[in-house]
Design a binder for this molecule. Structure first.
Ligand code: SF4
Length: 694
């Protein structure tokens, strides 16, 4: 006899929120999730979870789900439900017509971290093999694209260097621009445990996060830098390490390019790079930087963890390379307890990047211009590939505004809410003749769509996600897709309508193809992942069981590369009209733009975004706790409720971006990372004034 509310069976799957990648046992009663129980054998979570993965799955059955395809001729027309056949024919027909009318390069697509690896792979294959262009990009453009660029340049691979277990052997934890207790909670807890056991902690963050000072944790050093000055702080730390003779010369001689290292030493030793000289930009007491640098270099195994507070800057890629310099100079690479670890915000941001979602790379981060790589794909896909990199998301939007880009296929990404300069995004989308959105809900981007293809939640998917430690894990369907098709099947339907010979019957066949084409994946298969529980790539003949720690005997690129990381202040400046700097972050119970978590009970914990403002700045403006305020920048304005707190320093204000009413991207700037176009979300000059609300 089964009691009401008792599960009948259970399925092991992977959380679809942050990059920790917790494994869960979904306890089911028919098609209903009774509860999500953190899986004790999950390699990334070891039986732990946070409130997102455990409780915030109700969006899968929320009444807002769209389950039927819809089309309309103009974006001002009402939506019309149609058959899958009609919707797919409309997409294929419009894209072909547009290419004939405006040229081959007038179309493109966007994948996202909501996609499984197999889904992301198929989207980019459709764009490349079906339309003959490399105009494909991913949501990583607006988060960790500088990680890809910076780590590939320094070490030869676009990924974090360690597994999560490595933290157990760390003596010094350096956290830069990340807030793991809120954004990566399960790993954040593990980090805190290690600190309670005695590891030292350095936090580089403009805000006093819980890691800096909470009942059980106190950072040994908190460097409360001015937003936008990461390069100045990290280069100043390098100055101390080099000028005080704290370099691990034995490691550098054996593992890195010695000439480049010497050139770097000369550069960082200059007086302009000293903590004292940099203080005019960083606002940080030079003695704090000196102390932190000494601790990092001499405190034993030292590991760096960083997040979007590093990447979402005009010098995001530079900061990633500056961090890599620090790790190499001190020999903190290539063994457990050390390394450089980007904390990926989304469940499959690592995977979507691995799967060739960038306009210049094929799987495994190999450049599209490489003849040998391209030839292998052309043979497998039976097509001719364009050797030229395609357009990034902002360039697609620019081209649309200029009239040369007319159609886009977007799977699982709400670019109108996620991407910078909302006015630019809406102008680009409005200028297109065919916008196809494949998603769960009629999101903000869908306001500009001509075709809406209903997608699946992770509870309706089979496939794999890859977490922040390169761990590939199974996502297993627990309920029938409400829309009738898996996301990869929808992409395949479009490809078949275009006349492509695609006949996948199971996502495992897509992974088999990825493994055939990708040297770092040749040993990966669904069978093996199920057998091992998970696999960390590279997994191939050299590493048949996967690779928890990278760059052990030598860097993937051979010799580690030191780069000169000159601090160049952002063009976003404060002044009389906009005297404060707005920076952004996340909160534990919500996730990104909130499309999922806002449709669950988690919203009770965080019903609205607020603006944190220092007591001095608030008093100066007559603002009281709980007042509505207008936050105005050069780009636009928004309304938020004020919370007065000394977690932020004077001159800095802070908000989260989980609710669409916040419209944080209406006020952010157009500035972006010089190497990757990752937007500078973390630095916006603003003024704040009391208001009557929205
Ligand atoms: Fe784990 Fe992250 Fe999911 Fe929380 S959101 S359960 S930490 S994967």
């Amino acid at each position: 006899v089964i009691k009401i509310g008792q599960p009948e069976h259970s399925v092991i799957t992977t959380c679809a929120y942050c990059g920790v990648g917790c494994a869960f046992k979904a306890e089911m009663r028919g098609e209903e999730v009774v509860r999500m129980v953190p899986w004790k054998d999950g390699k990334a979570n070891r039986g732990h979870s946070c409130v997102k993965g455990r409780f915030a799955y109700g969006y899968a059955t929320h009444q807002d789900r769209i389950t039927k395809p819809m089309v309309r001729d103009k974006i001002t027309d009402p939506w019309r439900e149609v058959s899958w056949e009609e919707a797919i024919a409309r997409v294929a027909g419009d894209f072909r017509r547009i290419q004939e009318q405006y040229g081959r390069t007038a179309v493109g697509g966007i994948t996202s971290s909501r996609c499984t690896n197999e889904e992301a792979y198929l989207v980019q294959k459709l764009i490349r093999a079906g339309f003959g262009v490399n105009n494909v990009d991913t949501c990583a453009r607006v988060c960790h694209s500088p990680t890809g660029y910076g780590l590939k340049t320094a070490f030869g691979e676009s990924s974090g260097t360690q597994d999560f277990d490595s933290v157990e052997n760390t003596d010094v934890i350096l956290v830069i621009g990340a807030n793991p207790p809120d954004a990566h909670p399960v790993f954040g807890s593990r980090m805190k445990k290690r600190i309670r056991e005695g590891a030292k902690l350095i936090v580089v963050d403009p805000r006093r996060t819980d890691l800096v000072n909470s009942p059980h944790i106190k950072a040994d050093y908190h460097l409360p830098l001015q937003p936008g000055t990461n390069v100045a702080v990290v280069t100043a730390m390098a100055h101390v390490i080099v000028t005080e003779g704290l370099v691990n010369e034995e490691f550098v001689r054996a593992r890195c390019d010695w000439d480049e290292f010497q050139e770097w030493c000369e550069f960082v030793s200059q007086e302009v790079n000293s903590p004292e000289a940099m203080a005019q930009y960083t606002g940080v007491d030079p003695e704090l930087i000196r102390g932190a640098a000494r601790l990092y270099a001499t405190g034993g195994n030292a590991a760096i963890y960083y997040g979007l507070g590093v990447t979402e800057h005009s010098q995001g890629s530079t900061t990633v390379m500056a961090i890599a310099n620090l790790a190499m100079a001190t020999g903190n690479m290539g063994r457990t307890g050390v390394g450089v670890n980007p904390l990926r915000g989304q469940n499959n941001v690592q995977g979507s990047c691995d799967m060739a979602s960038f306009p210049h790379e094929l799987t495994g981060y190999r450049h599209i211009s490489d003849v040998e790589t391209r030839t292998a794909f052309e043979k497998e896909w039976n097509c001719t590939l364009d050797p030229e990199p395609g357009l990034r998301i902002p360039n697609m939007l620019d081209a649309a505004i200029e009239g040369t880009f007319k159609a886009i296929y977007i799977e699982g990404e709400d670019i109108l809410q996620s991407d910078p300069n909302t006015h630019h995004v809406s102008a680009g989308l409005a200028a297109m003749e065919c916008v196809v959105v494949q998603d769960l809900f009629l999101n903000e981007t869908a306001r500009y769509a001509h075709v809406f293809l209903p997608g699946c939640t992770f509870l309706e998917k089979d496939g794999t996600f890859t977490n922040a430690e390169r761990r590939i894990q199974m996502v297993t369907k627990v309920m029938t897709p409400k829309n009738g098709y898996a996301d990869w099947e929808i992409t395949q339907l479009i490809a078949q309508k275009l006349g492509l010979d695609w006949n996948y019957t199971d996502p495992s066949q897509i992974m088999d193809e990825i493994a055939r084409l990708t040297p770092t994946f040749t040993g990966v298969s669904f069978e093996k992942i199920r057998e091992h529980g998970s696999i960390q790539w590279p997994c191939n003949d050299d590493a048949p069981d996967g690779t928890p720690i990278m760059h052990v005997d030598e860097f993937v690129r051979g010799k580690g590369k030191f780069m000169l990381t000159e601090y160049i202040p952002t063009d976003e400046r404060t002044g009389a009209r906009f005297p404060l700097i707005l920076t952004t972050g996340r909160i534990l119970s919500q996730y990104n733009v909130g499309a999922q978590t806002r449709r669950t009970e988690n919203t009770a914990w965080h019903p609205e975004d607020v603006l944190e403002i220092n007591p001095f700045d608030a008093e100066h403006r007559g603002i009281k706790d709980g007042d509505w305020v207008t936050v105005r920048s050069r780009a636009g304005e928004t309304a938020l409720r004020a919370v007065i707190t000394d977690r932020v320093a004077t001159g800095v204000v802070y908000t989260t971006f989980h609710h669409p009413t916040t419209q944080a991207n209406v006020i952010t700037t157009d500035f972006s990372d010089w190497a990757t176009n990752c937007p500078e979300f973390k630095v916006t000059a603003v003024e704040v004034a009391r208001s009557n609300g929205p």
